[in-house]
Design a protein around this ligand. Sequence first.
Ligand code: GLU
Length: 291
Amino acid sequence: MTLLTFRFAPSPNGALHLGHAYSALLNQRLARAVGGRLLLRIEDIDTARCTPELEAGIYRDLEWLGVEWERPVRRQSEHFFEYGALLDRLIGEDLAYPAFMSRGEIRAFIADSGKAADWLRDPDGAPLYPGADKALPAGERKRRVAEGTPFSWRLDMQAAMARAGERLFWTEFADEMLTTFREVEARPQDWGDVVIARRDIPTSYHLAVVADDAAQGVSHVVRGMDLYQAAGVQRLLQHLLGLPAPRYFHHRLILGPDGRKLSKSFSDTGLSALRAAGATPGDVRRMVGLE
Ligand code: GLU
C-alpha cells in the first residue's frame, strides 16, 4: 500500500499565526493517525515578498509547536524550470494567452464598458479578466511581446473547459477526522481566465500547487476553507496536464477576536508574539481547538 502523504504549504511572505498552527497541527495529526508522511513545502514563488528571515521564522515556529516534517523541504523558487515546462504545454495546446492589461487597465476597461455594475467577479471578489487580449491578432500579440510590453499568461478558461470536455469533480472530506467525503463539482469558470504565470515568473500559485502536489505524491490536501473554490481551478489543471488528483479537506478558519480572518500583520495572533508573551505549544493547541 502506498503511504498517505499530507503537506503543509506556507508562503514565507509573513509570519505564521494561529490559523497556520491549526493547519500544520491538523495535518500532522492526520498523517500520524494513518502512519503517513507529512511534508513541508515553502511556497516562495513571490521572490519579492518572501524573505529568508520569514522562512527561518516558519521553521522556528513549527519546531516550537512540535511539528515534525520530512527533509529536504521543497522550495518552489527552486522549481521554476519544472513549472515552465508545464506552462509551455498549456501554451502549446492553445490553452493560454499573453494578457497585457495591468490592474489599472482592467479597472478602466470595465468602467468604460458600460457594464460595470453587472461585471462578473471571482469567488475572491475580483472582477473577471476582460477577454479583450484573447482576440488580439497573432501579429499584434507578437509585436507587443517583442516591444517588451509586460504580460502574464492566462488560461483561456472557455477553451480549457472545452478541452476537458466533461464535468470534473474533486473529493472533499466532510469532517476533521476525514471519515466521510463527497464529490464536489469543480466550477473553474467562476474564476474566469486565471493567471497561470505571473509577469516575472513562469508560474502562478495554481500551477505551482498542482505541479508540486503531483511531484511530491501528495494524496491529501488539508488546508483552509479560504482555498475551497481554488480547488476547482486546480482540478481542471490536473486534468489538462494529466496529473493525479489528491483528495481535499478544507478546514475551518481560525478567526480573530473581531470575527475576521487572521492576517499576516495581525501581530497578537502571530506564533512568535504568543511565544514571547509566555504561551506554550499546549496553549496554542487549546486556542485552535486541537487538544
Ligand atoms: N501557500 C498557500 C498559503 O499559504 C497555501 C497553498 C495550499 O495549501 O494549497 O495560503
